[in-house]
Design a protein around this ligand. Sequence first.
Ligand code: FUB
Length: 323
Amino acid sequence: MPKQNEPLVTHIYTADPSAHVYEGKIYIYPSHDLDHEMQSNDNGDQYDMEDYHVLSMDTPDGPCVDHGEALHLRDVPWAKQQLWAPDAAYRNNQYYLFFPARDHDNIFRIGVATSASPAGPFKAESSYIPGSFSIDPAVFLDGDKAYMYFGGLWGGQLEKWQTGSFAPDAEGPAADAPALGPIVAELNDDMLTFKQAPQEISILDENGEPILAGDEDRRYFEGPWMHKYNGLYYLSYSTGTTHKIVYAVGENPAGPFTFKGTILNPVLGWTTHHSIVEFDGKWYLFYHDSSLSGGADNKRSVKFTELKYNEDGTIVTIDPYGE
Ligand code: FUB
């Protein structure tokens, strides 16, 4: 039985958890890290994943079930390699799995697969979402609207899309220029296509000024997640090089958002990636670290812990290894 702050499963490595409540249970859509030896580099070549498994728990105190392989790279016609952080959504009486992968030109794109069951198996569409790019899709349903947030620096290629088309040698903004924000795109009712061209989100500091690219404690790196609390939109994300999960709050799902603080202090391993879900009146943070593998960046394990708010709506910072 997994306890809070311990690996949900130990028979496989898992990462990048997107948690949702479906059919009265908590379903977790993680990456499936392979147990192979890889040198870490800034391009993320060590994250060489080939399939997805879906996990579920009837309750946060109950056992965690691995539902087995839900989708494999060989069954995604447009994808060549690297099945990275996925997410799921329920609409139109079916479940959608959204996932990034490199296409046959080595460009990260975002695809969709569907299933009648939250546990899969999922059947991939023949092509990626037209106009999609970069990594880490997170789909947020707001009434009858559906928004996809995505984007990641470095290996996630976000810098290369600043002109609207792929520029292989493009670098990020100078340290004293506004940081690149995550991207948001509203989905059509079919959940398979974007309604409009994706747009960049701005994240502001307490004075209403854009967070700068050199402000690595606060600037966006990868792993966006959106949730709503007391009528406000909470955009949370990884700061990458400073290894924190932080958040910013706004009144509109497309922003702007004002930076608020840290949700999760650094974990063991280079990456940090999370999701936030409400179950039975309590809020939970799902995250990963590399403790089970003794610190290997590419062998991570999903964990969870309760997340608490202060009376003013700010989030209490979590120390992953605290009492
Ligand atoms: O798992 C591969 C990549 O590592 C994810 O897409 C990022 O968010 C980071 O966790």
